[in-house]
Every structure is written in structure tokens, then in C-alpha cells.
Design a protein around this ligand. Structure first.
Ligand SMILES: Nc1ncnc2c1ncn2[C@@H]1O[C@H](COP(=O)(O)OP(=O)(O)O)[C@@H](O)[C@H]1O
Ligand SMILES: [Mg+2]
Length: 293
């Protein structure tokens, strides 16, 4: 029995932490990339990596990262996860949850429909449609890639001329325009890590500008959330079906607002302000789900 870790880089910090956590528990783990997989239809094994038959050798797969790729590659990777799931493999997270969380429009729609506060957001394909939203959203907006992460490609715009220029360029490149009201937040937000209906670690991310991603230099600060904030994070993860989730929350005058739920969260920054070992928690959780703990 082995645990699979789907990762772009087996030596990345989080993947190493997971490998070490399974080692400590005397459980073998193997890291692999989507590019390593041979997927078969009409003959067996359905999935292999070199000589390893994934379905017989692995009892769970932790999806560290779907990664970047062409539309075909991403759809194929999701197809692999769906088939693994249908054939009985335990996946953290499951593919439907990943699809819901990765797509910021899909995620925010579901959160709103279930009564959670999200920023006003307008999504459109056309620059002229999007321009009408510029005023509706208060003339101070954040535009982000609908499938983005780590704050990359997000811009704050309050000049209508710049808005028009950017919207037209994105439209020309066939990118979906995802435009959000700017929510004043004092240059910090809350990141809560949810695992199996519990918040296992939290931090404030304190930045020197409006983007509070650790990858952009924000500082992790220890944070002990009140139960109201914990409940919102757990609820958000549950609505999207994520057993593991990094929930980003802005504190505003109207209460907590969720900007994003990450289905493949990293925890390097969070670990520095957390007593528990996060990788150990994840490893134990996965083993409990596969009945091998
Ligand atoms: N509407 C907004 N108003 C103010 N700040 C925002 C808004 N949306 C995002 N941010 C800031 O930018 C960061 C990155 O945005 P997020 O939606 O989490 O995308 P990413 O996937 O790039 O992390 C957030 O953590 C927050 O600090
Ligand atoms: Mg984020």
C-alpha cells in the first residue's frame, strides 16, 4: 500500500513535508507528475507510471497541484482524476471539488447561493459589457484571471481609460473578464486551512499593498480565529466539497467576505506560525480515510 502524491516537483517544500510525514508513519509514498502517467482504455492497467499500476499499488492520491497547461492538458488531467475517482481511488481533493474551487466564478456563485458573503463580481466575455460594470462596481475594481493563483495577473484599476484598454486587450486575447469590487481590507487577510470539516491552522497575511499572497512577500502572522470565522471557512470548504481547503477571507465593515477557496493549498508560510505539523495532520487524515491508519 502506497500513497501517491501528484506534484509538479517532488522536491518542493510541501511535497517533501508530505513524504517525510508518511515516512514517519512507516507508509510508503510516491511522487509523480501528470506527465508520467500512461492512461489506457480498452486494455489494462487503466493507469500506470513506468511499471507501477496506480489502481492496485496506490490507496490514495493527494493532488498537490493540477499545474499549468493547455486547455487539452488541463481537461485530460481532470479526466484522469475523474476516472481514478470513479474506479474507487480516494483523492484529496476529489476532482469535482477541484473544478468548483479552481474556477473563481463557479466557486463564488456556489458560496453566494449558500448564504456566504462574497465581493460583488462581474464576469463577461466582452470588453463593452465589462465596461458597464466598472461603474456598477464603484469605479475601483480588481481584475483577476478566472483560474489564477498566487496573486499573479491581478490588477487594481480605478482609471476608466486604463480599464477600457485592459478589458479590450483581454477580450482580444479571448480571456474571460473577471472583475470584482475592490474591498478595502487594510492590507491583510485571513487564511484558514480546513481539513475534514475542521480548521487546523490559521494566519493573518500582512502585506505592504492590497495583494496579500505570501508568494508576493506578505508576512504570515499567527492568528487564532473566533468561532464565527472558523464556521465560515468550514462552511465554504463544505459547499465546494473540499476536504482540504485554504480559505481566503477579507475582514470588512460588513463582516467577513470570502475571496477564494484554494483546493490545492500550500502551507509553507502557514507552518511558520502554527504549532501542529500540517503535513502530519494531512498524512494522518488521508490514512484515516483509506482505512489504513
Ligand atoms: N476584491 C478584492 N478587493 C481587495 N483585495 C482583493 C480582492 N480580491 C483579491 N484581493 C487580494 O488579492 C489576493 C489574491 O486574490 P485571490 O482572489 O485570493 O486570488 P489568487 O488566486 O491569486 O490568490 C487576496 O488574498 C487579497 O489580498
Ligand atoms: Mg488567494
Amino acid at each position: 500500500m502506497k500513497i501517491g502524491i501528484l506534484t509538479r516537483n517532488k522536491d518542493s517544500w510541501c511535497s517533501m513535508q508530505l513524504r517525510r510525514a508518511f515516512n514517519k508513519l512507516n507508509v510508503k509514498s510516491i511522487c509523480f507528475r501528470f506527465q508520467d502517467i500512461a492512461a489506457r482504455v480498452g486494455f489494462k492497467p487503466e493507469f500506470s507510471i513506468n511499471e507501477v499500476d496506480l489502481l492496485t499499488e496506490l490507496s490514495a492520491v493527494i493532488v498537490r497541484s493540477i499545474g499549468r497547461g493547455s486547455l487539452e492538458e488541463i481537461i485530460f488531467r481532470m479526466d484522469i482524476l475523474h476516472r481514478l475517482h470513479r474506479l474507487g481511488m480516494y483523492l484529496l481533493n476529489n476532482p469535482l471539488a477541484i473544478e468548483r474551487a479552481v474556477d473563481k466564478y463557479y466557486a463564488l456563485s456556489l458560496l453566494e447561493e449558500n448564504g456566504l458573503q462574497v465581493p460583488k463580481t462581474l464576469v463577461a466575455e466582452s470588453a463593452s459589457v465589462a465596461l458597464s460594470a466598472f461603474k456598477e462596481l464603484g469605479g475601483d475594481v480588481v481584475i483577476k484571471p478566472i483560474f489564477g493563483s498566487r496573486g499573479i495577473g491581478s490588477t487594481r484599476i480605478s482609471d476608466p481609460n486604463i480599464a477600457e484598454r485592459i478589458f479590450r486587450a483581454l477580450d482580444f486575447n479571448h480571456q474571460v473578464l473577471y472583475i470584482q469590487e475592490f474591498v478595502p481590507h487594510g492590507y491583510y487577510d485571513l487564511r484558514l486551512l480546513v481539513l475534514g470539516n475542521k480548521v487546523i491552522a490559521s494566519m493573518k497575511r500582512v502585506a505592504s499593498s492590497w495583494k496579500t499572497n505570501i508568494s508576493l512577500g506578505a508576512e504570515p502572522v499567527h492568528y487564532d480565529p473566533p468561532s464565527e470565522i472558523k464556521e465560515i471557512a468550514v462552511r465554504a470548504a463544505e459547499i465546494l466539497g473540499c476536504e482540504l481547503a485554504g480559505v481566503d477571507i477579507l475582514q470588512t465593515s460588513k463582516g467577513p467576505v470570502i475571496v477564494e477557496v484554494n483546493s490545492q493549498p500550500g502551507w509553507k508560510g502557514l507552518q511558520t506560525v502554527t504549532k501542529i505539523n500540517i503535513a502530519d495532520e494531512i498524512a494522518r487524515y488521508v490514512l484515516s480515510k483509506t482505512g489504513k491508519d
